[in-house]
Design a protein around this ligand. Structure first.
Ligand SMILES: [Zn+2]
Ligand SMILES: [Zn+2]
Length: 323
């Protein structure tokens, strides 16, 4: 073959090949999510304001039969888990979403968290649409968890949300409505990251209604069990989903202030909360007494889904993971 033709053809073919290879790479999943774990979805279920003493701290587990009898063997029960920040609803949830302890207005939802949430980091890092990260809460004021004040993140990468009766300042709704919304979203949008707030037993506690407070624990126990059962069988979630069941805060111990009615200080009743952790990367049938914190949940979520949480004050809960 004529040398001149070879000189022309070889570089052209190489150029074409490199183009094909480049397109191949570019056409693939270009997200920067770093996959190190089996987990591909994370669901955080927050039961609002039960005390440890009526839940995992009660040896009979009489008010949480589903978690204790049907779910505990599938994951890790953390017995030494605390909210060491502000023991209020918006602050506790903000710590779970941002990994940062911060004091926020707690009645109407007038303060946004200062830092971006796990939702925003996940959506930015993955390049996925907002339908893949969801915030579903019985309390309207928790709509604030979908956004933040950081000017680089405000109104960007916000998750889909469904909070209270109809968003900001609409009032609280019943947890069964929230549960129905959760199941509908899990089936339709199939989010990879979801945080849910159930308002009970906090509502009944503030109403000073002890029987309803206990009933609120029983009902939310049955609702989280329904979600857990769905994860066991649904093809999109089965064997790929980590579930955290936790609280925003506890309530005062008996004999301190108004006891179970209120919360918000640093008594052990307010600080000592629940964490049940279930997922393909975690140990099974383990009771763990390692000291972990509420702000560790978002750090562990970030680790599992492979995105950074640079401002998070927590750490990855390594003892949950299989060795
Ligand atoms: Zn609360
Ligand atoms: Zn207290």
């Amino acid at each position: 073959m004529n040398k001149k033709i070879i000189y022309l053809w070889v570089p052209s073919i190489l150029f074409l090949l490199s183009g094909i290879l480049w397109n191949e790479v570019a056409g693939q999943d270009t997200s920067k999510v770093v996959k190190k774990h089996l987990t591909e979805r994370v669901i955080i279920l927050v039961i609002d304001g039960p005390r440890y003493s009526e839940t995992w701290g009660d040896k009979t587990h009489q008010y949480i039969p589903r978690m204790a009898n049907d779910m505990a063997k599938s994951g890790v029960v953390c017995t030494n888990f605390f909210n060491d920040g502000y023991t209020y609803t918006t602050s506790g949830h903000a710590a779970l979403c941002t990994g940062v302890r911060q004091e926020l207005e707690n009645s109407k939802g007038t303060d946004l968290p200062q830092q971006p949430s796990v939702f925003q980091h996940y959506l930015k890092q993955s390049g996925l649409p907002s339908s893949k990260a969801w915030l579903i809460t019985s309390k309207d004021k928790l709509f604030i968890l979908g956004n933040c004040n950081d000017t680089k993140w405000n109104n960007k990468f916000n998750p889909s949300s469904d909070c209270g009766k109809n968003g900001a300042l609409s009032g609280y709704r019943n947890d069964t409505i929230t549960f129905n919304r959760v199941m509908a979203v899990l089936k339709k949008d199939q989010p990879n990251l979801l945080l849910v707030n159930f308002k009970e037993p906090d509502g009944a506690g503030h109403a000073n209604n002890w029987p309803e407070y206990l009933q609120g624990i029983r009902v939310t126990d049955s609702l989280v069990w329904e979600v857990w059962k769905f994860i066991q069988v649904d093809p999109y979630y089965k064997d790929k989903t980590t579930l955290f069941i936790t609280n925003d805060h506890g309530r005062h111990i008996d004999g301190w202030k108004d006891g179970f009615v209120s919360h918000g200080d640093d008594c052990d009743g307010c600080r000592h909360i629940n964490l049940f952790a279930f997922g393909p990367d975690f140990k099974k049938d383990v009771i763990l007494d390692k000291y972990y914190l509420q702000v560790d949940v978002p750090s562990t979520t970030a680790e599992l889904l492979g995105f950074p949480l640079p401002l998070g004050q927590g750490k990855v809960m390594k003892k949950l993971f299989k060795e």
